[in-house]
Ligand binder design. Structure first.
Ligand code: ADP
Ligand code: MG
Length: 317
Protein backbone atom coordinates (compact mmCIF):
# COMPACT_ATOMS: atom_id res chain seq x y z
CA UNK A 1 0.00 0.00 0.00
CA UNK A 2 2.87 2.34 0.83
CA UNK A 3 4.57 1.74 -2.52
CA UNK A 4 1.29 2.20 -4.38
CA UNK A 5 0.59 5.43 -2.46
CA UNK A 6 4.04 6.82 -3.31
CA UNK A 7 3.66 5.96 -6.97
CA UNK A 8 0.30 7.72 -7.14
CA UNK A 9 1.75 10.84 -5.50
CA UNK A 10 4.60 10.88 -8.02
CA UNK A 11 2.10 10.52 -10.87
CA UNK A 12 0.14 13.48 -9.54
CA UNK A 13 3.08 15.88 -9.32
CA UNK A 14 3.30 16.68 -13.03
CA UNK A 15 -0.44 17.25 -13.70
CA UNK A 16 -0.67 19.48 -10.63
CA UNK A 17 2.32 21.55 -11.74
CA UNK A 18 0.81 21.80 -15.22
CA UNK A 19 -2.50 23.00 -13.79
CA UNK A 20 -0.91 25.81 -11.82
CA UNK A 21 1.15 26.76 -14.87
CA UNK A 22 -2.02 26.88 -17.00
CA UNK A 23 -3.85 29.00 -14.44
CA UNK A 24 -0.99 31.52 -14.48
CA UNK A 25 -0.95 31.50 -18.29
CA UNK A 26 -4.68 32.02 -18.41
CA UNK A 27 -4.43 35.18 -16.34
CA UNK A 28 -1.69 36.56 -18.59
CA UNK A 29 -3.51 35.61 -21.77
CA UNK A 30 -6.73 37.27 -20.69
CA UNK A 31 -4.89 40.50 -19.78
CA UNK A 32 -3.17 40.46 -23.19
CA UNK A 33 -6.41 39.71 -24.98
CA UNK A 34 -8.02 42.74 -23.34
CA UNK A 35 -5.22 44.95 -24.61
CA UNK A 36 -5.32 43.52 -28.13
CA UNK A 37 -9.07 43.98 -28.16
CA UNK A 38 -8.70 47.64 -27.11
CA UNK A 39 -6.51 48.25 -30.13
CA UNK A 40 -8.73 46.33 -32.55
CA UNK A 41 -11.79 48.17 -31.30
CA UNK A 42 -10.23 51.65 -31.66
CA UNK A 43 -12.10 53.79 -34.17
CA UNK A 44 -9.60 55.25 -36.64
CA UNK A 45 -9.76 59.02 -36.81
CA UNK A 46 -9.19 58.90 -40.51
CA UNK A 47 -11.78 56.81 -42.33
CA UNK A 48 -13.65 56.63 -45.63
CA UNK A 49 -16.47 59.08 -46.17
CA UNK A 50 -19.78 57.37 -46.94
CA UNK A 51 -19.62 58.76 -50.48
CA UNK A 52 -15.90 58.03 -51.01
CA UNK A 53 -14.86 57.16 -54.55
CA UNK A 54 -11.89 55.09 -55.73
CA UNK A 55 -8.94 57.33 -56.63
CA UNK A 56 -9.34 58.13 -60.33
CA UNK A 57 -6.38 57.34 -62.58
CA UNK A 58 -3.82 60.03 -63.22
CA UNK A 59 -0.17 60.80 -63.65
CA UNK A 60 0.55 61.53 -60.00
CA UNK A 61 0.33 65.27 -59.42
CA UNK A 62 0.47 66.30 -55.75
CA UNK A 63 -0.89 69.66 -54.68
CA UNK A 64 -0.94 71.17 -51.18
CA UNK A 65 -3.24 74.20 -51.01
CA UNK A 66 -3.00 76.43 -47.93
CA UNK A 67 -2.44 73.42 -45.66
CA UNK A 68 -2.41 74.05 -41.93
CA UNK A 69 -1.89 71.04 -39.70
CA UNK A 70 -0.75 70.17 -36.18
CA UNK A 71 -0.69 66.95 -34.17
CA UNK A 72 -1.93 68.72 -31.05
CA UNK A 73 -4.61 71.43 -30.95
CA UNK A 74 -3.15 74.95 -31.10
CA UNK A 75 0.35 73.72 -31.98
CA UNK A 76 0.51 74.11 -35.76
CA UNK A 77 3.31 72.16 -37.40
CA UNK A 78 2.56 73.24 -40.98
CA UNK A 79 1.26 76.72 -41.61
CA UNK A 80 -0.54 77.76 -44.77
CA UNK A 81 1.67 75.53 -46.89
CA UNK A 82 1.43 75.58 -50.68
CA UNK A 83 3.34 73.03 -52.73
CA UNK A 84 2.84 71.61 -56.20
CA UNK A 85 4.71 68.57 -57.47
CA UNK A 86 4.15 67.95 -61.13
CA UNK A 87 3.48 64.42 -62.39
CA UNK A 88 6.65 62.37 -62.65
CA UNK A 89 8.73 64.98 -60.89
CA UNK A 90 11.00 64.09 -57.99
CA UNK A 91 11.40 66.54 -55.17
CA UNK A 92 13.90 66.47 -52.32
CA UNK A 93 12.72 68.06 -49.10
CA UNK A 94 15.47 69.33 -46.84
CA UNK A 95 15.33 71.31 -43.65
CA UNK A 96 16.40 71.29 -40.02
CA UNK A 97 15.09 68.56 -37.69
CA UNK A 98 11.44 69.15 -36.71
CA UNK A 99 10.83 71.50 -39.60
CA UNK A 100 7.88 69.33 -40.72
CA UNK A 101 9.37 67.29 -43.58
CA UNK A 102 7.95 63.96 -42.41
CA UNK A 103 4.64 65.64 -41.63
CA UNK A 104 4.29 66.84 -45.24
CA UNK A 105 5.06 63.29 -46.39
CA UNK A 106 2.49 61.74 -44.03
CA UNK A 107 -0.33 63.94 -45.31
CA UNK A 108 -0.10 62.55 -48.84
CA UNK A 109 -1.36 59.01 -47.96
CA UNK A 110 -3.72 60.74 -45.49
CA UNK A 111 -2.30 59.39 -42.24
CA UNK A 112 -3.87 62.54 -40.76
CA UNK A 113 -6.50 65.02 -41.89
CA UNK A 114 -5.51 68.64 -42.42
CA UNK A 115 -7.03 71.39 -40.27
CA UNK A 116 -7.30 73.89 -43.07
CA UNK A 117 -6.62 73.78 -46.80
CA UNK A 118 -6.52 70.68 -48.98
CA UNK A 119 -4.20 67.97 -50.22
CA UNK A 120 -4.99 66.93 -53.78
CA UNK A 121 -3.74 63.99 -55.81
CA UNK A 122 -4.39 64.42 -59.52
CA UNK A 123 -6.92 67.10 -58.68
CA UNK A 124 -8.93 65.02 -56.18
CA UNK A 125 -9.01 65.83 -52.46
CA UNK A 126 -7.51 62.86 -50.56
CA UNK A 127 -10.47 63.05 -48.13
CA UNK A 128 -12.89 62.24 -50.94
CA UNK A 129 -11.30 58.96 -52.01
CA UNK A 130 -11.31 55.46 -50.55
CA UNK A 131 -8.31 54.99 -48.29
CA UNK A 132 -7.46 51.59 -49.77
CA UNK A 133 -7.21 53.01 -53.28
CA UNK A 134 -5.25 56.04 -52.06
CA UNK A 135 -2.71 53.86 -50.28
CA UNK A 136 -2.39 51.57 -53.29
CA UNK A 137 -1.29 54.62 -55.24
CA UNK A 138 1.17 55.92 -52.64
CA UNK A 139 4.11 53.91 -51.27
CA UNK A 140 6.06 55.18 -48.34
CA UNK A 141 9.45 54.05 -47.05
CA UNK A 142 10.25 55.13 -43.52
CA UNK A 143 13.52 55.38 -41.70
CA UNK A 144 12.50 52.42 -39.53
CA UNK A 145 11.38 49.37 -41.42
CA UNK A 146 9.18 46.59 -40.15
CA UNK A 147 10.11 43.17 -41.45
CA UNK A 148 7.74 40.27 -40.93
CA UNK A 149 8.86 36.87 -39.65
CA UNK A 150 8.72 35.47 -43.13
CA UNK A 151 11.02 34.84 -46.07
CA UNK A 152 12.91 37.70 -47.70
CA UNK A 153 10.88 37.02 -50.84
CA UNK A 154 7.55 37.42 -49.00
CA UNK A 155 8.81 40.58 -47.31
CA UNK A 156 9.70 42.16 -50.65
CA UNK A 157 6.48 40.99 -52.30
CA UNK A 158 4.34 42.32 -49.44
CA UNK A 159 2.27 44.62 -51.67
CA UNK A 160 1.72 41.99 -54.33
CA UNK A 161 1.85 38.39 -53.15
CA UNK A 162 1.64 37.12 -56.71
CA UNK A 163 4.53 39.21 -57.96
CA UNK A 164 6.55 37.12 -60.44
CA UNK A 165 10.09 36.11 -59.53
CA UNK A 166 11.69 38.48 -62.04
CA UNK A 167 9.78 41.47 -60.59
CA UNK A 168 11.05 40.65 -57.09
CA UNK A 169 14.60 40.23 -58.32
CA UNK A 170 14.45 43.45 -60.34
CA UNK A 171 13.19 45.39 -57.30
CA UNK A 172 15.89 43.86 -55.13
CA UNK A 173 18.53 44.78 -57.69
CA UNK A 174 17.32 48.38 -58.05
CA UNK A 175 17.30 48.77 -54.28
CA UNK A 176 20.85 47.42 -54.01
CA UNK A 177 19.93 44.20 -52.16
CA UNK A 178 21.63 41.71 -54.47
CA UNK A 179 25.04 41.76 -52.77
CA UNK A 180 23.76 40.79 -49.34
CA UNK A 181 21.06 38.44 -50.70
CA UNK A 182 23.81 36.39 -52.34
CA UNK A 183 25.44 36.02 -48.94
CA UNK A 184 22.28 34.88 -47.13
CA UNK A 185 22.10 31.15 -46.30
CA UNK A 186 18.98 30.49 -48.39
CA UNK A 187 18.96 33.54 -50.67
CA UNK A 188 15.43 34.86 -51.15
CA UNK A 189 14.01 32.01 -49.06
CA UNK A 190 15.92 33.02 -45.94
CA UNK A 191 13.57 33.61 -43.03
CA UNK A 192 13.81 37.12 -41.61
CA UNK A 193 12.49 38.95 -38.62
CA UNK A 194 11.98 38.10 -34.99
CA UNK A 195 12.80 34.42 -35.24
CA UNK A 196 14.75 34.54 -38.46
CA UNK A 197 17.89 36.05 -39.81
CA UNK A 198 18.43 39.61 -38.68
CA UNK A 199 19.56 42.24 -41.14
CA UNK A 200 21.47 45.44 -40.40
CA UNK A 201 19.70 48.80 -40.46
CA UNK A 202 20.99 49.62 -43.92
CA UNK A 203 19.98 46.20 -45.28
CA UNK A 204 16.49 46.54 -43.80
CA UNK A 205 16.12 49.92 -45.46
CA UNK A 206 17.08 48.43 -48.82
CA UNK A 207 14.50 45.65 -48.40
CA UNK A 208 11.91 48.36 -47.70
CA UNK A 209 12.85 50.21 -50.88
CA UNK A 210 12.57 46.99 -52.88
CA UNK A 211 9.15 46.42 -51.30
CA UNK A 212 8.03 49.87 -52.42
CA UNK A 213 9.29 49.26 -55.97
CA UNK A 214 7.30 45.99 -56.23
CA UNK A 215 4.18 47.93 -55.22
CA UNK A 216 4.70 50.03 -58.34
CA UNK A 217 2.97 53.11 -56.89
CA UNK A 218 2.01 56.31 -58.67
CA UNK A 219 3.69 58.27 -55.90
CA UNK A 220 6.75 57.14 -53.98
CA UNK A 221 7.82 58.73 -50.70
CA UNK A 222 11.24 58.05 -49.22
CA UNK A 223 11.42 59.55 -45.73
CA UNK A 224 15.01 59.25 -44.56
CA UNK A 225 14.90 55.88 -46.27
CA UNK A 226 18.63 55.64 -46.86
CA UNK A 227 19.83 57.12 -43.58
CA UNK A 228 21.45 53.86 -42.42
CA UNK A 229 22.89 52.94 -45.79
CA UNK A 230 26.53 53.95 -45.97
CA UNK A 231 27.52 56.60 -48.48
CA UNK A 232 29.28 54.12 -50.76
CA UNK A 233 26.33 51.71 -50.96
CA UNK A 234 24.03 54.67 -51.44
CA UNK A 235 26.08 55.77 -54.42
CA UNK A 236 25.78 52.20 -55.76
CA UNK A 237 22.00 52.07 -55.38
CA UNK A 238 21.65 55.57 -56.80
CA UNK A 239 21.46 54.32 -60.37
CA UNK A 240 18.88 51.72 -59.38
CA UNK A 241 16.84 54.39 -57.66
CA UNK A 242 17.13 56.62 -60.69
CA UNK A 243 15.57 53.87 -62.76
CA UNK A 244 12.91 53.20 -60.13
CA UNK A 245 12.06 56.89 -59.83
CA UNK A 246 11.84 57.69 -63.49
CA UNK A 247 8.35 58.84 -64.48
CA UNK A 248 7.11 58.45 -60.93
CA UNK A 249 6.24 61.34 -58.67
CA UNK A 250 8.68 61.12 -55.79
CA UNK A 251 9.22 62.82 -52.46
CA UNK A 252 12.67 62.29 -51.00
CA UNK A 253 13.47 63.44 -47.49
CA UNK A 254 17.22 63.07 -47.16
CA UNK A 255 20.34 64.54 -45.72
CA UNK A 256 22.99 63.39 -48.10
CA UNK A 257 23.87 65.20 -51.27
CA UNK A 258 24.01 61.96 -53.26
CA UNK A 259 20.34 61.24 -52.48
CA UNK A 260 19.26 64.83 -52.92
CA UNK A 261 20.91 64.90 -56.33
CA UNK A 262 18.41 62.22 -57.46
CA UNK A 263 15.72 64.87 -57.32
CA UNK A 264 14.79 67.31 -60.04
CA UNK A 265 14.25 70.09 -57.52
CA UNK A 266 14.91 70.81 -53.86
CA UNK A 267 12.35 72.28 -51.48
CA UNK A 268 13.78 73.90 -48.35
CA UNK A 269 11.56 73.82 -45.24
CA UNK A 270 11.87 75.62 -41.95
CA UNK A 271 9.38 75.73 -39.07
CA UNK A 272 6.52 74.32 -41.10
CA UNK A 273 6.95 76.67 -44.01
CA UNK A 274 8.56 76.39 -47.40
CA UNK A 275 11.44 78.79 -47.50
CA UNK A 276 12.65 78.26 -51.04
CA UNK A 277 12.54 75.88 -53.97
CA UNK A 278 14.93 75.38 -56.82
CA UNK A 279 17.90 73.45 -58.11
CA UNK A 280 20.78 72.55 -55.79
CA UNK A 281 23.07 75.05 -57.54
CA UNK A 282 20.62 77.95 -57.45
CA UNK A 283 19.76 77.33 -53.81
CA UNK A 284 23.43 77.29 -52.82
CA UNK A 285 23.72 80.76 -54.28
CA UNK A 286 20.53 82.34 -53.00
CA UNK A 287 19.29 80.48 -49.91
CA UNK A 288 21.35 80.99 -46.72
CA UNK A 289 19.50 78.21 -44.84
CA UNK A 290 20.22 75.72 -47.62
CA UNK A 291 23.87 76.76 -47.61
CA UNK A 292 24.01 76.16 -43.90
CA UNK A 293 22.37 72.72 -44.21
CA UNK A 294 24.64 71.85 -47.13
CA UNK A 295 27.73 72.85 -45.15
CA UNK A 296 26.84 71.09 -41.92
CA UNK A 297 24.36 68.37 -42.67
CA UNK A 298 24.98 67.18 -46.17
CA UNK A 299 28.73 66.85 -46.08
CA UNK A 300 28.83 65.01 -42.79
CA UNK A 301 28.76 61.35 -43.73
CA UNK A 302 31.67 60.24 -41.56
CA UNK A 303 29.42 59.80 -38.55
CA UNK A 304 26.91 57.79 -40.55
CA UNK A 305 29.66 55.60 -41.95
CA UNK A 306 31.00 54.66 -38.53
CA UNK A 307 27.48 54.24 -37.17
CA UNK A 308 26.71 51.87 -39.99
CA UNK A 309 29.81 49.76 -39.47
CA UNK A 310 28.89 49.42 -35.84
CA UNK A 311 25.39 48.25 -36.78
CA UNK A 312 26.72 45.72 -39.28
CA UNK A 313 29.00 44.36 -36.55
CA UNK A 314 26.07 44.00 -34.19
CA UNK A 315 23.99 42.31 -36.89
CA UNK A 316 26.78 39.80 -37.50
CA UNK A 317 26.97 38.93 -33.83
P1 ADP B 1 11.07 66.47 -39.57
O1 ADP B 1 10.68 65.23 -40.32
O2 ADP B 1 11.30 67.66 -40.44
O3 ADP B 1 12.22 66.26 -38.65
P2 ADP B 1 8.45 66.17 -38.36
O4 ADP B 1 7.51 66.42 -39.47
O5 ADP B 1 8.67 64.76 -37.95
O6 ADP B 1 9.83 66.90 -38.65
O7 ADP B 1 7.94 66.95 -37.07
C1 ADP B 1 7.52 68.29 -37.09
C2 ADP B 1 7.01 68.65 -35.69
O8 ADP B 1 5.88 67.87 -35.38
C3 ADP B 1 8.01 68.43 -34.59
O9 ADP B 1 7.94 69.53 -33.71
C4 ADP B 1 7.55 67.17 -33.92
O10 ADP B 1 7.86 67.21 -32.56
C5 ADP B 1 6.07 67.19 -34.14
N1 ADP B 1 5.52 65.82 -34.30
C6 ADP B 1 5.90 64.92 -35.24
N2 ADP B 1 5.19 63.78 -35.14
C7 ADP B 1 4.34 63.94 -34.09
C8 ADP B 1 3.33 63.13 -33.49
N3 ADP B 1 3.05 61.89 -33.95
N4 ADP B 1 2.66 63.64 -32.42
C9 ADP B 1 2.92 64.89 -31.98
N5 ADP B 1 3.85 65.71 -32.51
C10 ADP B 1 4.57 65.26 -33.55
MG1 MG C 1 11.45 63.26 -40.30
Amino acid sequence: ALIAFNSYVLLLVFPLRMTSFLVAQLARASASATRVHEILATETEVSDRPDAIPLPGGAGEIRFEGVTFGYLPDVPVLRDLDLVIRPGESIAIVGPTSSGKSTVARLVPRFYDVEAGRVLIDGVDVRDVELASLRDAVSMVFEETFLFSDSLRANIAFADEDAPEHAIERAARLAGCQDFVAALPDGYDTLLGEHGYSLSGGQRQRVAIARAIVANPRILILDDATSSVDAQTEAEIKRGLQEALSDRTTFIVAHRLSTISLADEVVVMDEGRIVDRGSHKDLLVRCPLYREIADHGLADTTFLQSDLEEREEVAKL
